[in-house]
Design a protein around this ligand. Structure first.
Ligand SMILES: C[S@@+](CC[C@H](N)C(=O)[O-])C[C@H]1O[C@@H](n2cnc3c(N)ncnc32)[C@H](O)[C@@H]1O
Length: 248
């Protein structure tokens, strides 16, 4: 049987801190309840209930998304609008622990040279690093070459890749660095290549139409939008948008 993927634990420090604080409050509430007057007991029940609720919520979110789950449809949708089967050189910017590369893997040519670039910062995603990117890629049947780097200063030559993807990463880049990141996606994409973007409905304050926003980011980088797909997010607000764009 194939070993399960492990994509790391998202927002682990913030969520573990909330669980720890809730546990501490629960202990304080329990001690106060045992020793206190009626009024203090009432306060202890209120504090303990709140701590239980907040701690439980943080524990539930700690495994969301589950570190082993891929959620394939959004990557299939992106792959369906990209010429992945014909690409000899593929770059996935912001590959992290490899979830997007695993999602795209069934559509990638066996002979393709696949590079995954990320800042590999494990303070947000526990385990985020080149080792997991390579390991998860291998489990999906692709040989990933991980490269540590920043999306706003890609360490590659102009036109070095036939397909350049950026899945769920550009919303993480501070707004004042986004133009640079999109310009870099364009720069490292071959003149006859394609850039593929997969994004969440997360946009700057005051921007409602996220599809128009992400299209605009690509167009401002001299990329021409060719195809768009939207993918519903079960039990969440807003859809993913997948966009394929070519050098204008
Ligand atoms: C939500 S994860 C997405 C990972 C993967 N692409 C996927 O679809 O699951 C966002 C990734 O973007 C990376 N990232 C954030 N800012 C970056 C930057 N400026 N340059 C490169 N990677 C960055 C993070 O380290 C993280 O691995």
């Amino acid at each position: 049987m194939r070993r399960p993927y492990f994509f790391g634990v998202y927002h682990w420090r913030e969520r573990l801190a909330r669980i720890g604080l809730s546990a501490l409050l629960l202990v304080v509430a329990a001690v106060t309840f045992r020793r206190g007057s009626r009024l203090r007991r009432l306060a202890a029940v209120a504090v303990g209930g709140g701590a239980l609720y907040r701690g439980g919520d943080a524990a539930r979110r700690l495994l969301s998304p589950p570190p082993w789950a891929l959620d394939r449809p959004k990557y299939d949708a992106l792959a369906s609008i990209l010429p992945l089967g014909d690409a000899d050189r593929l770059l996935d910017v912001g590959c992290g622990s490899g979830r997007s590369l695993v999602g795209l893997a069934p559509h990638v040519s066996a002979a393709a040279h696949v590079v995954g670039l990320d800042v590999f910062d494990d303070r947000i995603i526990l385990g985020n690093g080149p080792k997991l990117a390579r390991q998860n890629g291998a489990r999906a049947g692709i040989d990933v070459s991980p490269v540590a780097g920043d999306a706003t200063r890609l360490p590659f030559d102009d036109g070095a890749f036939d397909v350049v993807t950026a899945c769920r990463v550009t919303h993480d880049i501070p707004v004042d660095g986004r133009d640079a990141a999109f310009a870099e996606l364009r720069r490292v994409c071959a003149d006859d290549g394609t850039v593929g973007l997969l994004e969440l409905p997360i946009t700057p304050d005051g921007v409602d139409d996220h599809e128009a926003y992400w299209r605009g980011c690509l167009e401002d980088a001299d990329l021409s939008v060719e195809r768009v797909a939207t993918i519903d997010r079960p039990a969440r607000d807003g859809a993913y948008v997948a966009i394929a764009a070519t050098p204008a």
